[in-house]
Ligand binder design. Structure first.
Ligand code: ZN
Length: 249
């Protein structure tokens, strides 16, 4: 059976506030184009399919995954993600050494856009890359060849400064992701280089399949206060990529 591509949604980070909404997904037999959420005031929306739409591993596999989470979760916020995702883990499938191609919009007519932003975003990808996860990145100059696009806007109308939109298939494998970063907070203040890099680190975390944590010292806090990945960010990403995608309910 062909996998249906489920439009999912994205997360965003707010420089000041952040909310996650549930959005609609459509279950269908045939692949669907990714549907971007243009409504809901730009907040992330997503609604997960019910469990019966999720590939269900055999009971012993389930038990093994749960055991693995139990023994390895210390120092991670994998439990926060499971809570946020209705006990499912989404991640990119192993790519067998083939990097994800990333295009970062090299310039923008947006007022106050700094040429240095692109280097900050590139640096953020490289920081995640240093974890040597089964998914890593390479930069391309041609947007039409890229699997991941990073683009700029002036500001979001809602109180966020970045957004990642991603899709998954019915086995919870991430199939597509794109990031939008704002040059200004919705309040009007411009992001400096450090803030832009931190926003990019946060959004790339979403791109990898991480969700928000209550740990305010991690980059995946809904309100980003730190400027670097925490040990918990790294440990959680490593654990996520040591586990299969799918429901662990
Ligand atoms: Zn976020």
């Amino acid at each position: 059976m062909q996998r249906a591509t489920l439009p999912l949604l994205s997360l965003a980070l707010g420089a000041s506030l952040l909310s996650v909404f549930r959005a609609s997904t459509t279950r269908a037999a045939a692949p669907l184009p990714v549907r971007y959420d243009a409504t809901a005031a730009g907040r992330i929306s997503r609604r997960f399919d019910t469990a019966d739409a999720v590939a269900t591993p055999r009971v012993d596999e389930h038990a093994a995954v749960l055991r693995r989470i139990r023994t390895a979760q210390q120092g991670t916020y994998i439990a926060d993600i499971l809570l946020e995702r209705d006990s499912a883990l989404a991640r990119w499938p192993d790519r067998h050494g083939k990097p994800l191609t990333v295009w970062i919009q090299p310039e923008s007519p947006v007022p106050d856009f700094l040429a240095t932003y692109t280097a900050e975003v590139r640096d953020a990808f490289q920081e995640w890359d240093a974890l040597h996860l089964p998914v890593h990145f390479t930069f391309v100059d041609d947007s039409s060849n890229a699997e991941v696009h990073v683009t700029w806007i002036d500001r979001f109308t809602e109180p966020i400064s970045g957004r990642t939109r991603w899709s998954r298939d019915d086995a919870w494998a991430i199939t597509e992701a794109n990031i939008t970063l704002a040059v200004h907070h919705s309040s009007g203040d411009q992001l400096d280089d450090d803030a832009m890099r931190a926003m990019a680190l946060h959004e790339i975390g979403h791109l990898l399949g991480l969700d928000h944590t209550t740990d305010s010292l991690s980059i995946m806090a809904p309100r980003v206060r730190v400027r670097e990945l925490s040990e918990a960010d790294r440990a959680t990403a490593r654990l996520l990529y040591a586990l299969p995608a799918g429901s662990v309910r």
